[in-house]
Design a protein around this ligand. Sequence first.
Ligand code: ADP
Length: 647
Amino acid sequence: SSRHPTRSFDSRSQSISSSLSILPPMDNRPPSSSSNTSFTRVYRIRSNPRPFTIDTSRAKSNQPVVALCSRKIGITEYPNAREDNKPCDIYWHNVVYSDIRNVVGSATSRVNKFPGMTELAKKISLTHSITSMQRIFPHEYSFYPKSWFLPAHLDQFRAHCEDDETKRECDNSDKKAWYIVKPDEGAQGTGIYLINNPSQLKNEQQRMLVQEYVADPFLMGDQLKFDFRVYGVIKSLNPLSIYVAREGMARFCTEKYSPPTSSNFENLYSHLTNYSLNKGHGAYVHSTNLQDQVKGSKRLLSTVFHQLESRGLKTKKLWHDIKLIIVKTVLAMLPEVMLHYEHHFFDAAGPQCFQIMGFDIMVRDNGEPILLEVNAAPSLTIDHLMGGPTDGDYVPVYRVRSVVDEVIKIPLVRDTLLLVLNLLDEEYGKSSPSTSSSAHNPSTQDDMGTLKTRRKPHLSEIFPTRYGHCSGHLLFLDKAVYLFMQFVNLKHTVNITMQGIKQLIKKCNLSNIVSTSEAEEKVREINYYFTGDDNTFSNGLCFHAFLMFLHWVSERKFAFEDDTLARLQRLMAFCDSALRFYGVRSARLRRTEVESSDSSLEIYMLPTRLKASKRRSKSQQNPSSTTQRSSRPSDRNNNPPLVLPKI
Ligand code: ADP
């Protein structure tokens, strides 16, 4: 903390920090370059510890950066777990462990992973979640390229290509659409290739994602394609709270871009921005200091925003759109996140989960951001490996400090730890001076005040604060989640079985609309669409597959209604009232909104978890000042600020 003398973590930090230019702070604006203050903070270690603990025994490759950040903010690290078996305040895991219930048994603890998130962020699952939202909110989810999951959607993909061909013939256009083929489990660009015709698929039966290739990236003077890695943090599910980091990175290709043609489409160095691919190219520019990074192959997001601004791109709008993409993407993933949480902690109080997520975003020539991928475990390493085979020669492998990674990831991890411990305001001086330790030392008060006004958190809330009013209606799918929960034994599975669907049809008085045999046939068809495997029928439908089933039912029952969302809303209301007849309490069918002491709104996605969440935050908040909001009727347009629809 700035209250204490700076201790240099590395002697080079001083010279690096002095080489930085100070740019005016732009809070919640397009990212601006890191200031001296924020960079020197990277190396400050807090000398008086705070009464918090962190278990890093399962952090693996994240351990060094988490340990450093814990020291910086004065929380006690247990790299080998606590011997006294007392719970830690935070558990930092590299993956979701199957024994998470036993390891993180305390409801007052926080763990840095949501159960299921690794799977949910994979390309095919993400595509299912976003496609579900596109079906209901087509305009709001147009930031994700049209995608097909092979082999299940092969026919649809072929049909799309034929349509496209016909259209081009009609328009007399010689511009051919290109597609990018990616393995579901792939990472770092492995196994990716481009095609412009389904016949070029290397293996039609392999589990792959085919996606429209966005062929018009925004290029700067060097003509190198680039994309951004933007970091979002889900602080908690109960209450739902999403943050964005104001610094991220931009990754550049190593060969000049031109739109794909049959002669250049194999040159991945000009089409894929992956670091792991491009670092092996002779033209890759590693930066050893922050001055060099402005021309490097890996740059700060803020640097590239300045470069884009100087080329006439409206970066304020771009940053706004990127933040909305993060909010909308997390909201699309939310139903399954809720279900996996309940599945893991069905009979336990459960910890608070939080997660740092990486969003890969490219910018089109017209300034429109496009989401390419979500990474549930973005790399947090702050050095990189050099050497190995480069252009035919072999150089021994060695580790080098990466200044760009340090400037991004140390504040990211540090502020995430502060955030989940509810210390962000205290650290950055938003709380009243009397609560900070400097109040005890009047001589430093003025200096502190100046310093505090200059510093700002690396993370800022984007949901429900700021973007809640324009995206709150996207929480709508929770209604379907609550319905789903009534018919699934979450202790055993996150899928709804045919038995569950039959129950739903019966209890929701839908038998006159859908016969059992029709439902079975539909479920089989939907199951194939989602899994690409006929044999998995007995496993039941995942949530988004179930939603597709509901669409089908709603089309039958409310055929007079043209609008997809309106049809689904009617079906939800119909099922809701039918279930009340069976004694299903309304509290189980709707999220809870609570107005907190500072009049901000807290949204509890899993209302039955409200008590545990309140207990967790008791020490930071005044619980008596919270009042439960009365429920409001649902609103077809759903646009007034934070008026969220309910069943
Ligand atoms: P991986 O997980 O293997 O990195 P990505 O989906 O991130 O796979 O794709 C790798 C790279 O390919 C991206 O970083 C981007 O440069 C490029 N890319 C991916 N999808 C598209 C697309 N639809 N249009 C244009 N470029 C893309």
